[in-house]
Write a protein that binds this ligand. Sequence first.
Ligand code: FES
Length: 106
Amino acid sequence: MGKVTFISHDGESHEAPIEEGQSLMQIATSNGVPGIDADCGGECACGTCHVIVDSDWVSQVGKKSEDEEEMLDLTPERQPNSRLSCQIKVSAEMDGMTVHLPEFQM
Ligand code: FES
């Protein structure tokens, strides 16, 4: 089983094992990763699961939907590689991936 690393704004790192079919948000919340509140439960409606994907991994996480784009526009600290982690399905190919959390989600 692979893993994804979440790095908080203050540099603390947390790992979560990949569970295929789950979203990146779900593996974060089920492994106690701080800063992923996921207030809407994965409905692409809150923006509290915002992550910034390391540029090496952007092609691996797929494309954003229009709904995700619109929600990200409302999200503080949006960056070019910003994603909503509830909209990313994890797969074995993401083993070793690193994502960063914005300062807002400390
Ligand atoms: Fe609410 Fe992702 S959990 S937008």
